[in-house]
Design a protein around this ligand. Sequence first.
Ligand SMILES: [Zn+2]
Length: 149
Amino acid sequence: MKLKVFFWLLLQDRLNTKDMLRRRRIITSDVEGCCILCEDNEGETCMHLFIKCRFSVACWARIGIFWPHRDTVIEGVEAIKPRLRMKFSMEIIVTGAWSIWLHRNNCTFRHEIPSINSWLNQFTAALKTQSQRCNPSLRELILEWISNL
Ligand SMILES: [Zn+2]
């Protein structure tokens, strides 16, 4: 449920990213509004954080996902779904994005250092938990996919 709400907010561009906080005038300086996962001084929009950020690109690449160029997250998700040709492609996308968000929160609030391995550990743990809600044959496929990462 938590993940579904998160992903819905992401698609609606309503997550409390720094860009959102700036639009609501909670953050006022440019430096504060920058992405914490890379050193590119990019504003932390949903599009940057989850798809375009160098760190996130490397995370997705680690699990074989390469986002096509689109203007919005929702267009990106629509474009990538048919390309993945997997029964559980949405589980991967939602869990991958959720893990980026958790990692971003840990880096922002607990001063962790961005790490693809930390992201991957978080991602596989969360996907295993998700798989417990699937039917046995799908769960098997997901667990097999994870073991090949
Ligand atoms: Zn970034």
